[in-house]
Ligand binder design. Structure first.
Ligand code: ZN
Length: 57
């Protein structure tokens, strides 16, 4: 299960997070909401390849 990303809150490191809508400007960044500290944080999808970035242009 390599595709499953371990997303955790960047503030309290909780994994009790919910994915929100993506940013329109940056496909590499997803927005998540943490149920623990009730904060919204951004999660960068590091595993994206450069090819996918180029494809967006
Ligand atoms: Zn949190």
């Amino acid at each position: 299960m390599d595709r499953q990303e371990a997303v955790y809150c960047s503030f309290c490191h909780s994994v009790d997070v919910a994915k929100m809508s993506m940013f329109g400007t940056a496909q590499l960044v997803s927005q998540y909401y943490c149920h623990q500290c009730k904060s919204v944080f951004e999660w960068v999808r590091w595993r994206r390849t450069l090819d996918e970035v180029e494809e967006k242009r």
